[in-house]
Design a protein around this ligand. Structure first.
Ligand SMILES: *Cc1c(COP(=O)(O)O)cnc(C)c1O
Ligand code: SF4
Length: 343
């Protein structure tokens, strides 16, 4: 086996910098804690935490770790990625597949729940493993959509003229190489009734180098109107680098929205939500949705009661202009849209 330095790999394989960084994210809890000057006992490390890390492995890019506060076991970014023993507690009523999406999937890899838009599961991979995510139970290898599945999905979109918008989701669609994304987009462009291309992604947030020339070229060379919906949960995720890439996307004509999840101990205060909205706006991102946590097994310790969340958003509405207050929503199986709780 030949060992290559990252630079050589870039030259020889034609891989972009972000792809190398994606591959070199931190996967060991020991290394994460060491980088943050934390001892295992400070984060309550137990045998159960080990089991949690075995079940859904730690994965986090170093650029995200750089935004965590060293020495703080309650850091809101750390809590989103650190495996903890609570994940292994039994929680009756919380399921492996809380959204029960199978009935909304007419062909593999495509969800058609709402009028006028379909969602494509382009990949199971993500740059970061968020502990509260329902993907924690996703058998990544089995569910990866292969190209024949895309054929079926594209045929489905082509056959239904009411579909105006295609949402690339996953996993994280931006974990795919630009060449693959461009190929998929070309085929969508060939379907006359598709007008909008929406991308649901957390990748640039955790790996800022993802926003490079190749991505901007792809986004500006399609006739489809692009819109990116980011996933940022806490104001500390937004730094100067974030501001730089979001400005580039805005300059390329790509509107930026944000969806967050209400998470106990992370963003369940009026101050945290106000700070998040203000920092999003200062970096050209409009708050869009704030989701009540899906009832996924292993995530119950993150849950915020709906009544508490509602009260918090009411207070937020009294402190911010309406356009900076995200819509608090819940996902109900069979509903024709997300259920608006507040405002
Ligand atoms: C959330 C979601 C959408 C998008 O809903 P919007 O209200 O348009 O943001 C589309 N399809 C599925 C399956 C979804 O879960
Ligand atoms: S799908 Fe989104 S929330 Fe889930 S692990 Fe990937 S980046 Fe995190």
């Amino acid at each position: 086996m030949i060992t290559r330095t990252p630079k050589e790999a870039t030259v020889e394989t034609g891989r972009a910098l972000w792809q190398l960084e994606l591959g070199s994210g931190i996967r060991g809890v020991g290394e994460l804690l060491q980088r943050l000057d934390l001892r295992p006992e400070q984060v309550g490390w137990t045998d159960e935490s080990v089991a949690a890390a075995d079940y859904f492995p730690l994965r986090v890019p170093t650029s995200f770790i750089d935004r965590m506060r060293p020495g703080d076991p309650a850091d809101p970014l750390l809590l989103q990625v650190l495996p903890v023993g609570d994940e292994m507690l039994p929680t009756p009523g919380w399921s492996l597949d809380p959204l029960a999406e199978a009935p909304a999937s007419p062909v593999p890899g495509l969800l058609h729940k709402y009028c006028g838009r379909v969602l494509l599961i382009t990949t199971g991979a993500c740059a970061v493993h968020c502990r509260y995510c329902f993907r924690r139970h996703f058998p990544y290898a089995e569910h990866r959509v292969s190209d024949p599945d895309f054929d079926a999905a594209l045929d489905y979109v082509a056959a239904d003229p009411t579909i105006r918008e295609v949402i690339l989701s996953g996993g994280d669609p931006l974990s795919l190489p630009d060449t693959k994304l461009a190929r998929l987009t070309k085929r969508l462009e060939g379907i006359a009734h598709v007008e909008r291309l929406r991308i649901h992604t957390r990748l640039p947030v955790v790996l800022p180098t993802r926003v490079d020339e190749a991505l901007l070229t792809w986004l500006t060379s399609t006739r489809l109107r692009p819109v990116i919906v980011l996933h940022v949960n806490h104001g500390n995720e937004i730094d100067a680098e974030f501001a730089a890439w979001s400005r580039r996307l805005l300059s390329a004509g790509v509107p930026l929205l944000n969806q967050a999840v209400f998470l106990r101990g992370i963003n369940d205060s009026v101050e945290a939500q106000r700070d998040l909205s203000e920092r999003l706006f200062s970096t050209h991102v409009m708050p869009y949705y704030l989701h009540i946590l899906d009832r996924v097994e292993g995530a119950a310790h993150f849950a915020v009661e709906e009544e508490t969340a509602r009260g918090l958003i009411r207070s937020l509405s009294q402190q911010l202009p309406g356009y900076l207050v995200p819509r608090l929503v819940r996902e109900d199986a069979g509903a024709l849209a997300k259920t608006l709780i507040c405002p």
